[in-house]
Ligand binder design. Structure first.
Ligand SMILES: Cc1cc2nc3c(=O)[nH]c(=O)nc-3n(C[C@H](O)[C@H](O)[C@H](O)COP(=O)(O)OP(=O)(O)OC[C@H]3O[C@@H](n4cnc5c(N)ncnc54)[C@H](O)[C@@H]3O)c2cc1C
Length: 467
């Protein structure tokens, strides 16, 4: 009896994974969601380091697919986003030059089929809602103005350095505050959601003797947002803004995708085109203010409606992003360090799944770490390998499919384009096999029905024995 009581006492006192010190790098979609998902599992010592002095997001729209909405709902931050989101009920794929419709896909049953809607929203609303939910969690501490520099040891605990700059919202400058200081930090688990330029990825791959070079896609994207006031004089434009439709205009090597956001008060447009402005500085910069004249020139042969929309953007409000990828990595995990989101699987945007994949990663990391039977580093490593196992095949499939879909959308005059347009026309009748994979019901089924949290919970015990 006494032995049993002792054992019970010891079990009560045994360290729990929830007490581990977890460091997260990056307050983008992946990092914020990781912090929140871990806090929801009871983790109480989570430290998030973000380079920027505060939360700041490029004003732009984002598609919120059912697989993402499922997780946001479970994390308790969907309701606020939904209030300003637009439910997508149809999509129209059009020839950029003539505005002729190539296909039209109705999707009124997405909510019924997958249990969650497909919406478009504002990036600031997605990030802001996850951040607000994080602020309600006492276990999460934000360190803004803190740049992760280097991992100095992987074992027995992760040791790393951070440069902290003075004068951030949570540490205002004083006469005694140094402008910059180096912090020496440690963590039991180190989760790097530091984006496509991830320093952690470069360092981890160098430690393991692998190359981790970024791949140039040769593509860039313009992102513009047009307020309702500017569109309301034009019935054709207003119909787009008041619709529940995503519209794509496609041409050789280029396209626009557009949809209403923010309670239909803003029309969000995002393009893809050959990268001509960043090519000279491939690793230095990723976003810049684009020239309106250049943008109009790139889409010179597109139809009058697209030109009328582009004309409405004020000079200085054209944002241009360089689109970046890198070759698949041999691993995402070393010791108790793991990569998350764009740090390990950056993607072209053609399936609209980049943020969704980062947030799915976050949910899976929380599932595996909360199930760790003990807090030994070897156990935590095993759990992180389960995360990698569950996520790698799926994200590789989606990244490849996004690239494939982009190649199909961007075909120039050729036999292949004729065949694509024949398939577009056939899909109008059948509602299936749409060459734009984002809009194809078979691909949507594969992406939207995926419940990564349930899958991880179901597979954890078996994988723990195997890996
Ligand atoms: C044109 C375009 C359209 C897109 N449309 C969609 C869409 O419709 N739907 C969708 O799901 N996805 C979309 N995406 C993809 C999506 O935006 C990204 O995949 C997603 O934001 C990745 O999130 P992340 O957290 O991994 O990285 P990021 O959002 O890049 O966040 C990384 C964070 O880490 C910080 N950081 C970096 N280095 C350090 C350091 N050393 N120390 C401290 N902090 C650091 C950065 O400041 C940043 O805050 C689109 C992308 C593009 C380019």
């Amino acid at each position: 009896m006494a032995v049993q009581a002792d054992q019970a006492d010891q079990a009560d006192q045994a360290p729990r994974p929830q007490d581990l010190r977890v460091a997260i790098i990056g307050a983008g979609m992946g990092g914020l969601a990781t912090a929140l998902a871990l806090a929801k599992k009871g983790f109480s010592n989570i430290h998030l380091y973000e380079n920027a002095p505060g939360l700041g997001f490029v004003g732009a729209g984002i598609q919120l697919a059912p697989n993402l909405v499922r997780i946001l709902t479970r994390l308790g931050c969907w309701d606020a986003i939904e209030q300003e989101a637009t439910e997508v009920l149809e999509t129209s794929i059009r020839d950029g030059a003539t505005d002729a419709e190539l296909t039209h896909v109705h999707m009124p049953n997405i909510r019924k089929m997958y249990g969650y809607p497909h919406c478009t929203g504002h990036r600031a609303s997605l990030a802001g809602s996850i951040y607000d939910a994080c602020l309600k969690e006492p276990g999460i501490t934000f360190h803004f103005g803190c740049t992760f520099e280097e991992i100095t040891a992987y074992t027995p605990r992760v040791a790393f350095t951070v440069t902290r700059r003075a004068s951030t919202p949570n540490s205002p400058a004083t006469p005694d505050t140094p402008a910059e200081e180096t912090l020496h930090e440690t963590a039991d688990v180190f989760l790097a959601a530091d984006g496509v330029k991830s320093k952690t990825r470069t360092q981890m791959m160098a430690t393991l003797g692998h190359e981790a070079s970024v791949e140039d896609t040769g593509q860039a994207a313009y992102r513009i947002m047009i307020p309702r006031e500017k569109m309301q004089h034009d019935p054709e434009m207003l119909a787009l803004l008041d619709s529940n439709q995503v519209t794509r205009w496609i041409g050789a090597k280029r396209h626009w995708i557009a949809y209403p956001v923010h309670n239909k008060t803003i029309y969000n447009m995002s393009s893809t085109q050959p990268d001509e402005h960043f090519a000279a500085a491939p690793s230095a910069t990723y976003t810049t203010t684009g020239s309106k004249a250049d943008m109009i020139g790139v889409f010179n042969d597109f139809c009058p409606l697209v030109h009328r929309l582009m004309d409405l953007v004020p000079e200085g409000e054209v944002c241009e992003w360089k689109l970046r990828m890198h070759k698949p990595l041999p691993t995402w995990v070393h010791a108790t360090v793991a990569l998350i989101g764009d740090a390990c699987h950056p993607t072209l945007p053609h399936l609209n799944q980049g943020a969704a994949m980062a947030i799915e990663d976050a949910a899976v990391v929380a599932e595996v770490l909360s199930r760790a039977p003990d807090t030994d580093p070897a156990t935590l490593h095993r759990c992180l390998k389960i995360y990698e196992f569950v996520r790698k095949k799926r994200t590789t499939t989606l990244v490849d499919l996004a690239a494939f879909s982009g190649r199909t959308l961007h075909l120039g005059d050729s036999k292949a384009k004729e065949e694509r347009d024949r398939l577009f026309a056939a899909s109008k009748q059948s509602g299936a096999n749409v060459p734009d994979k984002w809009a194809s019901p078979d691909v949507q089924k594969m992406i939207y029905s995926h419940d990564c949290m349930k899958l991880t919970a179901d597979m954890f015990d078996g994988l723990y024995e195997l890996l």
